[in-house]
Write a protein that binds this ligand. Structure first.
Ligand code: ZN
Length: 186
């Protein structure tokens, strides 16, 4: 099911503003780096993203660099439209707050531009690369009713526990080996 376009009247409503606040809080509490309104039971085209530097502490500098992962302040986008700027596919593990306990490698475009509105209804344009581009593609999919499960490489699907043990610090060349394992078996 596709989430609904948010009209200017709906956006101004107290309940919608409350929804945005509560999504931002949920994101902090989980913690996660992105959330879409359908994940909290509202079929509205609203996404929030935030990637705090404290989330990066456990990860190696090498990995952060490979992922193009830098801190992102809280960003609210209403009625996002996504455009791929660089379609070079990046292969990394990702997870989802709606699919708790698992991760999988999902190919995502390296860079995107997202146009929409901010929470006050003002036009907003975000150009994102690397990890932020991945977050935006993931959250946009939620608005289309898609989970990463439909885009992941199924043979890379692992439990959170095994991810933490074997893959949390995996660099692109290591992930490539895993991705290619299946291909060589075919
Ligand atoms: Zn998700």
């Amino acid at each position: 099911m596709c989430a609904e376009h948010v009209t200017p009247t709906t956006l101004r409503q107290h309940t919608t503003q409350q929804l945005i606040d509560s999504m931002a809080l949920t994101l902090q509490d989980q913690p996660g780096v992105g959330l879409a309104a359908p994940q909290v039971g509202e079929q509205l085209r609203v996404i929030v993203a935030e990637d705090k530097s404290e989330y990066h502490k456990k990860l190696s500098k090498q990995l952060l660099k490979a992922q193009g992962r830098v801190p992102v302040p809280l960003t609210v986008i209403v009625n996002p439209e996504i455009e791929i700027i660089d379609d070079a596919l990046q292969y990394f593990f990702e997870g989802c707050l709606s699919v708790e306990g698992y991760r999988a490698v999902v190919p995502r475009a390296r860079s995107v531009r997202v146009k929409g509105l901010d929470r006050d209804g003002e036009p907003l344009e975000v150009k994102a690369e690397g990890w932020f581009a991945r977050i935006l593609q993931h959250e946009f999919d939620h608005l289309q009713g898609d989970l990463y499960l439909s885009k992941m490489l199924p043979h890379t699907f692992v439990s959170e526990k095994n991810f933490a043990k074997d893959w949390i610090d995996a660099l692109p060349y290591e992930i490539s080996k895993l991705v290619d394992q299946k291909r060589s078996k075919i």
